[in-house]
Design a protein. Structure first.
Length: 109
């Protein structure tokens, strides 16, 4: 019995067999497919985290009341968020470029 199969054929007595498909398609059978599926989740999640980091840094900056330490903390959060976002975009573009060079993907964009 195949309990964890992605495609399962169940034959009825005297009837036509019924095929049940799993939630994963054929693109997940390779490491590249897993990474592609993961990027579809990771990049939007990173954007949401970036939004919260920028909101938190802006809030700290606005509520600093002229305190230099709190101003630096707010600016540090905003700077870290922007640098993290730039690194995320750069890593995404490098991965797409490598996939294009080795013929693993559909193109750079």
């Amino acid at each position: 019995m195949n309990y964890l199969a992605q495609s399962l054929n169940i034959s009825n007595e005297g009837g036509t067999p019924t095929q049940i498909q799993g939630p994963l398609d054929d693109s997940v059978s390779t490491l590249g497919g897993i990474i592609t599926k993961a990027l579809g989740f990771i990049i939007p999640m990173a954007g949401i985290i970036l939004l919260f980091v920028l909101i938190s840094g802006g809030y700290d900056y606005m509520m600093s009341q002229g305190n230099p330490e709190k101003i630096k903390a707010g600016q540090g959060k905003i700077t870290a968020g922007i640098i993290g976002f730039a690194l995320l975009i750069a890593s995404f573009l490098i991965i797409r470029l490598i996939a294009f060079v080795f013929g693993l993907g559909g193109g750079i964009f």
